[in-house]
Design a protein around this ligand. Structure first.
Ligand code: CO
Length: 203
């Protein structure tokens, strides 16, 4: 079963050791990534590859539509560990154009449990209804919703108590919002970076 994947794994591990004999031994001792990536589960948006970082360099949390819901224990556990224990310097919320989760949220179709998960995106849609309704092209409208969703999730992260406690004790920590393009492979910085509680007002 899955013999091709196991063969891939053996070849990869061999290649990594041939490039750096101490690679896995060093990683085994500890991880010290500078970045927490909060991204979509979409298979086309692989965190490490996009920013060309090796194992050990990126702490990753992914879910459908890159949400940071303040009541989600999974996301909060990752966030607190990244901020309090690993002490990452940067948290990057990474959405992507063409996100199926974002489209599903506003499709009006019943999909099941994921409808509840995607509820925050419908709230973003309602909050920006006038701007979005003025975009006649559906693809462009959804792309804008992807951007607005990222901005909202940056606000969620930056207003979180763990993040604000870190700032209060003088820890260096920035929250960023990017949107990745499936068609070019490039990230589009949304310029919504928050470097302290004073920046929250601009979101
Ligand atoms: Co997506």
């Amino acid at each position: 079963m899955l013999d091709d994947l196991k063969a891939n794994n053996r070849a990869w591990a061999t290649r990594m050791v041939s490039l750096d004999p101490e690679f896995f031994k060093r990683l085994e001792r500890q991880q010290g990534p500078q970045y927490l990536w909060i991204g979509c589960s979409d298979s086309r948006v692989p965190a490490n590859e996009i920013v060309d970082l090796a194992p050990g360099e990126l702490f990753v949390h992914r879910n459908v539509a890159n949400l940071a819901p303040p009541q989600d224990a999974n996301y909060l556990s990752v966030l607190q560990f990244a901020v309090d224990v690993i002490k990452v310097r940067h948290i990057i919320v990474v959405g992507h154009y063409g996100c199926g989760g974002v489209a599903a949220a506003v499709s009006g179709k019943r999909l099941g449990l994921v409808d509840h998960w995607l509820h925050p995106i419908r709230e973003v849609y309602e909050d920006h209804h006038a701007e979005l309704a003025a975009i006649p092209d559906e693809k462009k409208r959804l792309e804008r919703l992807c951007e607005l969703n990222v901005k909202r999730q940056v606000r969620n992260v930056a207003s979180d108590v763990f993040v604000n406690d870190a700032w209060a004790r003088g820890q260096s920590l920035s929250v960023h919002g990017w949107v990745y393009s499936l068609s070019t492979g490039l990230v589009n910085d949304q310029n919504v970076t928050v470097e302290g509680p004073g920046d929250l007002g601009k979101l």
